[in-house]
Design a protein around this ligand. Structure first.
Ligand code: HEM
Length: 446
């Protein structure tokens, strides 16, 4: 083993930093600060589970994520291990699935989804009181779930279904949460899914299966993602199985909405801490949208709103880490790695690296106006390389449209001064996020 993979000796170097198991987020930030710039890779040997290698060099992150031949995406969370959707598939199956799905995420399709998003935001705020208190995270989960099912499955979700999926996702997260290192350490997952996990998973599968069945019953199914997958089932070169089809629907039903709902929730949280920025989003929205619904053509004019979303994804990335497994013994940055070595890339820590970001802990959307080129490598909220998030543009559009459209009509204030975050499969708040909403009597001016 080359001496460039370093095992931190523990308390003397890591100092007062909490242990990995106690506070993984702070641990990885401290590790990045203490060793980044000196070591591209650091090997950690936790007391339980397998050792793993943390990637501290941002350029290396992109090299790893860009190289599917040498590095595989391991299926880590229990739900992923049970299912074969695009996120957890590998090899030829992944290539087939990605090529079947990619056309659903480009060009005119994105413009269609943008219209659906704008309508769904309008319908959501139509149901809000002129003044009141909301469970904002749940409200936004319903919104993003409706956008996904309307866009990709051509079906609306009733509030009951949306609540059931939101609750089941919370339960799945809690099942993984007891130690966030479960996410890092496949060995720790060998015990298999619990009863609660099975039940929550079954709720989500039930909803997803219903959408698939509905498509089967149509004599002329709509031209959407589920139909594209069904067509692929009939193609002997692809041969997608029935289970894989349902797994795909489960993946998009969950991953497609949860991450985006979290991102928008966090954006409202940051803007509540910075009311002047919130007013600036509201004023931009009033100027660009003039009281109406956002359209695809408006997206590029919502420039400040876009910066707010980018900055939110920097400080509170809904996917807080990306992992890869070494396929065959290989050398990386002069370091020999064994097959099955786990490479851990903390998005959260790279996004807060003080060597890269000026005033890294400050929420400053205007840092995205111009001079961020040197931080490009250290910013990967959607991953990078061939497996980069397929839903990136849908998520960004949803976040921009929701912030702008809501804030032109409502003032939204998240009650909590600080949000406690749980680094589970995604970065989730530990408690419901409540907000007060007040309808505006007049648009905010710039
Ligand atoms: C702000 C919201 C989102 C964030 C932060 C996010 C983040 C990510 C990240 C980091 C990856 C890469 C994982 C890896 O390389 O191991 C990923 C992959 C993926 N995302 Fe997203 N995502 C978001 C929204 C969405 C949406 C809206 C959809 C679907 C409509 C989606 C579907 C997927 C899928 C299917 C993959 C796997 C792609 C592949 O392996 O080919 N995501 N996402």
């Amino acid at each position: 083993m080359s001496d460039r993979v370093h095992t931190p000796p523990g308390p003397p170097v890591v100092g007062n930093v909490p242990k990995l198991t106690d506070d993984p987020l702070r641990f990885f930030v401290a590790l990045q600060e203490a060793y980044g710039g000196r070591y591209p890779l650091v090997r950690l040997d936790p007391p339980v589970g397998q050792s793993f290698v943390v990637v501290l060099d941002a350029e290396l992150v992109h090299e790893i994520l860009g190289d599917r031949d040498r590095f595989a995406r391991p299926a880590l969370g229990p739900q992923e291990r049970r299912r074969q959707g695009l996120l957890s598939s590998d090899g030829v199956l992944w290539e087939q699935q990605r090529s079947v799905l990619q056309p659903e995420f480009v060009g005119g399709k994105l413009a269609e989804y943008a219209d659906i998003t704008a309508d769904t935001v309008s319908e959501t705020i139509d149901g809000w009181p002129a003044e009141g208190r909301l469970d904002l995270h749940e409200e936004l989960s319903t919104l993003t779930m409706r956008v996904i099912t309307r866009s990709l499955f051509s079906r609306d979700t009733d509030p009951e279904q949306a609540r059931a999926v939101h609750e089941a996702l919370g339960q799945l997260s809690d099942e993984v949460e007891p130690s966030a290192t479960d996410v890092l350490l496949p060995d720790a997952l060998q015990s298999g899914p619990s009863e609660t996990f099975e039940e929550a998973d079954a709720v989500i599968e039930g909803v997803a299966s219903e959408f698939v069945e509905w498509h089967r019953d149509q004599s002329d199914p709509p031209a959407d993602m589920i139909t594209a997958l069904m067509d692929a089932q009939a193609d002997p070169d692809v041969a997608l199985s029935e289970n894989e089809l349902v797994d795909e629907a489960v993946l998009f039903l969950t991953g497609g909405q949860e991450t985006t709902a979290l991102t928008i929730t966090y954006a409202f949280y940051w803007l509540s801490k910075h009311p002047a920025m919130r007013d600036r989003v509201a004023a931009e929205a009033a100027a660009v949208l003039d009281g109406g619904e956002p359209t695809w053509a408006d997206l590029s004019d919502l420039t400040y709103t876009e910066r707010v979303v980018r900055e939110t994804l920097r400080l509170t990335p809904a996917v807080w880490n990306v992992t890869r497994e070494v396929r065959q013994p290989t050398t990386l940055a002069g370091t020999e790695l064994d097959a099955e070595d786990l490479l851990f890339m903390s998005t959260y820590a790279h996004h807060r690296d003080s060597r890269v970001w000026a005033d890294p802990l400050a929420f400053r959307p205007d840092r995205w106006d111009g001079e961020v080129s040197r931080s490009e490598d250290a910013y990967f909220p959607f991953g990078s390389g061939p497996r980069i998030c397929i839903g990136q543009q849908i998520a960004l559009t949803e976040a921009q449209f929701t912030l702008a459209h809501v804030l032109q009509h409502y003032d939204v204030t998240v009650e909590a001064d600080e949000l406690a975050l749980q680094p589970s499969v995604t970065l989730r708040p530990t408690e419901p996020v409540h907000a007060t909403v007040t309808e505006r009597s007049a648009p905010v001016s710039e």
